[in-house]
Structures are given as C-alpha cells and as structure tokens.
Design a protein around this ligand. Structure first.
Ligand code: HEM
Length: 431
C-alpha cells in the first residue's frame, strides 16, 4: 500500500509539478531578499532551473521585463499562472485565453476603471467603521492585519455582488481561508492534504455563490456583465470566485505590509494629512514587499532572451521584487526617493508602471481598485488613530495569514479629530 502511494506521489510530482519548485524559489527570494541578490550576482538576470519536465527561468531585474513585454506583444510568450491557481480557479479569468480573454478584460475593466472607483468609497468606509474605526473605545489593542482582511474581504464581496453577505460571512471567510492556503501548498489531491481541502472549500464556495445569485431578482452592473458572458450559473460562479480571490488577500497584504513599514520607519505621523506621502509609502512597499510573489508566462516558440536561447514550453517566472543591488536603488524604505527625478526615472524603468501587478495582456484588472482602496484605508486610519506597535514587528510575506504577520498594534484615537474628518464623503473627495 505504502509503495503504491509513493509511486502515485512520484508520478504526480513528475507530471504535474512544473511550477512547484519555481514557486518555491520565488517565495524564497521574496521571503529572504539576500537569496535573490546572491542568485543575481552569480547568474545574472536569468536563472535556469529545470523542474522535472519543464525548464523554468526565474527572471530578475528590470531588463527582463522590458524584453518580455516585447515578446508578449508578438505572441511569443503568453500569460499563465502557477499550477495551483490554474487548477483551483479553472473557469475564472486566470484560465481564459485568446479573443475571449481579451473581450472579457475590456468588459470587466469598464467596471473597475478609475472613474468608477469612487462608487466604492462608501462601501469601504462602511466596513472600516465596522471593523476598525467606529468602536467608541479611545484606546484598544487589535491584530490589525485580521481587521484589514475583514475590511478588504467585505469590500470586494459587496462591490462585486452588490449586497453584503451578512449572515454567511463567517462561512465564506473560512472557506476562502482554506482556498487561499491551497495556493501555497503542494498540490496533492488526496484527502487530508491542504490542496484537497482547498478544492473542497472551492466547491462549497461555488455552491454559495450560485445560491446567492439564484436568490436575487436583480443583478448589479458587475453580475449583469458576468451573466451576459457566461452561459450558466456554475461558470458565472467560477468567474465571480476568481475575482473575489484576486482582490481580497492581495489588497490586505499590501495594506498590512505598508502599515508595518510605516510603523518600522516612523512614517505614521508624516502621513497624517499628507495624501501624497501615503501614496509614496504604498509605492515603496510594493517595491520591497510585492503582494503577488510571481508573475508567470509560458513560452510559445523558441526565443532569444538577453543572449540566452529559451525553448518553447519553458516557464518564465518573474519575481516582482526589487532588491537594491539589482537595480541600483537602495533596499531601505525611503518613500521620498520618488521625489528625486533620477531615482524616479530609474524606478519607472524597472517597474514599468507597477510590475507588481503584472504586465501586458494579463495585467491586473483590479490595480486601480486596489491602490485607491489602500490609499483610502490608510488615510482614514492615520487620520483617526495614533498607531503604536504592541511588539517588535516582523514581516513574513508568505502566507499573509502567518501568525507573525498579525500586526499587533494599539490604536489610540487622535485628540484632534473633528467630526468632518470622520465623515466618508469628505475623505472620498480628497483622494
Ligand atoms: C495589491 C493588490 C493586487 C495585486 C498586487 C495584484 C496582482 C496581480 C498580478 C501580479 C496579476 C497577474 C498579472 C500578470 O500575469 O501579468 C493579477 C491578475 C489579476 N488581478 Fe490582481 N492584484 C491585486 C488586486 C486585485 C483586485 C482588487 C482585483 C479585482 C477587483 C484583481 C483582479 C485581477 C484579475 C481579474 C486578474 C487576472 C487578469 C487576467 O487574467 O487578464 N486584482 N493581479
């Protein structure tokens, strides 16, 4: 029996695990930046790996991004995601391709475009009030990361579905936690394994979304679009689940990393009444702690990439993390660097307007939504509270739900809060 299980596991490893090791390396790069630096110094901008049957290239540094944008336009490489995401989110945007993918992108981009974002401020404010602000207590200790996850989860659900999921909240959240864990575990579909649990959670969630939609007489704009482009409830639910997943922990991770960096580097006070500084802090945090740890592409035909021949079938795997040595700008948290024209230029070249959100034809559809939401939430929290870390903060990027990421803080109401600075509309207008 034991031998059979081993044979099955090894076969699974050989056939299915093209992405696992490359994902592991990417996690290691981000988790421990010096790994990235060492590899870069020894091997240059492209690090070769061969993961069982698939060659994997870990791409480091800014030149690799510029080259890949060109190849993507020519159709020589195309968007893909790590195995776990492809499997668990089959039927979502992540697994669409070709003309249909293009068409769906333009449909959903309309819903998430910058001019529409202000529609969501009221929802963001509502959940900020529930989970963080409107507590009445002048001083309290909280695990801020947990509350931020509650806010971003509630916001994305209500913004996409049109109504809150009130009674079902805990059961949706628990299932999403299981599902998220599945993304970062070894994909073994056997009872007891994390990946299996994630698949079960996905099925439960799918039924919940289907039920939610069946119970509605009218859909909001987003669900209307989904209904027009997907033929049945099952595929509609898969699409919706993909969006909720894409927009929930990513934004919560950006928020908790940014607040951690602000606390560690004394930027809370500097950001009070300074929206520009908040934006710079978010940008600097994205550079050092990108929430999505890999941007992945499949090579469709043989290409030459920075003097290296890369064969069709290879997986390219960007680590959207900038360690100082690779790009000339320093590893320390210093948001003001973007006020310096030269550094800004250097950053732009590397970043290609936010590689942390991917690039080209698969670039994140929710980038504007996430950035505006993060700006709004940080502005509101620092305008209402003095924040102090309860203990020395660490930043473990993977997984976001790691105990060390809980962000234990004391929130103390600022003395100078006027009733207007507490109101939703005044803040929404100023962002
Ligand atoms: C800080 C927050 C976020 C980060 C860092 C992030 C990052 C990413 C990345 C790296 C990709 C892959 C891009 C590529 O392969 O080129 C992606 C795709 C995607 N993201 Fe986001 N994302 C965030 C928030 C959101 C939000 C709020 C939504 C929805 C409201 C969203 C929806 C999507 C969708 C639908 C895709 C798939 C696009 C496609 O396949 O064409 N994301 N995101």
């Amino acid at each position: 029996m034991y031998t059979i299980i081993c044979v099955i596991l090894v076969s699974l490893l050989i056939v299915k695990f093209n992405y696992v090791k490359s994902l592991y390396w990417s996690v290691m790069f981000v988790y421990k930046p010096s790994n990235c630096e060492n590899v870069f110094e020894q091997k240059g901008e492209i690090e070769d790996k061969h993961v069982f049957l698939a060659p994997v290239k870990n791409m480091l540094g800014k030149r690799t991004i510029n080259e890949s944008i060109k190849y993507e336009r020519e159709g020589k490489i195309e968007g893909t995601f790590p195995y776990q995401i492809l499997k668990l989110f089959k039927g979502s945007m992540a697994t669409e391709s070709g003309e249909r993918h293009k068409q769906l992108r333009s449909v959903f981009l309309k819903y998430l475009c910058p001019t529409k974002i202000s529609n969501f401020y009221e929802t963001i404010e509502k959940y900020l009030q529930i989970y963080i602000i409107n507590n009445g207590v002048p001083e309290r200790s909280v695990l801020l990361q947990r509350e931020l996850r509650n806010v971003t989860f509630s916001v994305i659900c209500e913004s996409l579905l049109g109504e809150p999921i009130d009674e079902e909240y805990t059961s949706w959240m628990n299932d999403f936690n299981e599902l998220t864990n599945g993304i970062i575990c070894i994909p073994i579909m056997l009872p007891g394994f994390g990946f299996y649990k994630a698949e079960m959670a996905r099925r439960r969630l799918q039924r919940k979304v289907e039920k939610y939609m069946e119970e509605r007489d009218n859909y909001n704009e987003f669900l209307e679009e989904v209904a027009q482009h997907y033929t049945d409830k099952e595929s509609m639910a898969k699409c919706v689940l993909g969006f909720i997943f894409a927009g929930f922990d990513t934004t919560a991770s950006l928020l908790s990393s940014t607040i951690t960096m602000m606390l560690q580097n004394d930027y809370i006070e500097k950001c009070r009444n300074d929206n520009e500084m908040i934006k710079l802090c978010i940008r600097e945090t994205l550079r050092l702690h990108p929430p999505a740890i890999v941007v992945t592409r499949r090579v469709n035909e043989d290409i030459e990439f920075l003097n290296k021949n890369i064969k069709a079938g290879a997986i390219l795997n960007w680590v959207p993390f900038d360690n100082g040595n690779m790009n000339g700008i320093s590893r320390e948290f210093f948001p003001e660097r973007y006020l310096n024209e030269r550094e800004l230029q250097e950053f732009r070249e590397w970043n290609n307007t936010h590689i942390q959100f991917g690039f080209g034809s698969r670039r994140c559809l929710g980038m504007n939504f996430a950035l505006k939401e993060a700006e709004y939430i940080i502005k509101r929290i620092v305008s209402v509270y003095d924040i102090k870390a309860s203990k020395k903060l660490e930043l473990y990027r993977c997984p976001i739900t790691h105990e060390k990421n809980y962000l234990p803080v004391v929130l103390k109401k600022c003395k100078s809060i006027s009733s207007s600075s507490n109101s939703c509309s005044s803040d929404a207008n100023s962002i």
